[in-house]
Ligand binder design. Sequence first.
Ligand SMILES: [Zn+2]
Length: 406
Amino acid sequence: MPWTLAARWIFPVSGPPISDGILTIVGERIVSVEPAGRRTADIDLGDVAILPGFVNAHTHLDLSGLRGQCLPCADFTGWLRQVIAHRRSTTPGQIESAVRVGLAESLRHGTTLLGDIAAGGASWPILVKAPLRSVVFYEMLGLTKERAEQSWEATRIWLKTHLPTNCCRPGLSPHAPYSVRAELFARAARLGRDWQCPMAVHLAESREEWELLHHHCGPFVAFLKNLGVWDEDGLASSENSIMSLCGQHIPTLFVHCNYVTPSVDVPQHSTIVYCPRTHSAFGHAPHPFRHFLQRGVRVALGTDSLASNPDLSMLAEVRHLHRQCPDVPGAVLLRMATLSGAEALGWAEETGSLETGKSADLVVVPLAPGISCDPYQRLFDSDLPVQRVLCRGHWLMPFAVESQSP
Ligand SMILES: [Zn+2]
């Protein structure tokens, strides 16, 4: 049985906002998105916006226990030390509950597709049973030959034992230029190509990383020596070389890219993932995302983890970016938080926009009162939280609201 939702504004993202729109759902699918008048609404939500479910293209749910524990600061390697100390002191049970906390928080804030980087693939058993869609990126680490070899073997075994399901797919994440040798980036990319799974790589996150890569000096040298994992010969030669090692084989999410030159050669089908609030919290130089957008390079948004962000709300990320960059059109910002992330993660056929045939993944956000005619302004110039979340045709929040069929 079809059922319908009406709202003051519907933002399909694949097209312009629809004033007084009606969205019709059958089972898990959207069957139409249109202006009011052609059908009667089963549920009239009133002065609200209906948006596609958010896509968080970059997070680490297994670090959810770190909320407020190690605040971002100017000393990047000092902050990393705290994250590593936390990882080494947590039990598998604590990691599992951290993932559950992060998942519940993501759902509450309206995320219906997640790109999660997981040490040891820890979030897979939970995300595979979750109502939302996800890509679990298995984290690969190894700057020394020995560690790279171990990581490579472990990854191959993990891929063989974690096959895609209808809502959860495996991905690979060679971690970062300071923790992965050039050769391992190349091998990971070939593995990604063979298994047809996306990759996510942290790249150019800090000035310290740039110093390490280009001059083999700076705080990362002592940091890696202290950990016993320093191998100068393993370092890739530049951000460009990492982009081409990875992106030539498989669509890759290059996460952060705070310190790449805007003219860097981003491989076709790859994506820059920008984490606005984490970026601001570390006090980085302004992010070059506008340059990438101008060049036609896809840019998606992520929250990063609770080790560097107060919550996992994608709406808060977009609003933060809107306040920082009021010149960027609202439609561009909303796309970065939804459809661009779905394209990056390989799920755009199913989700990321409100279109006929796609999964009924949506959020309902109250609009700020006011006289503005600009629906994006009413959505972004506000702190009103996500009110309802529908994922694959089922209400996740609030739980047990009114009947889904007439
Ligand atoms: Zn990260």
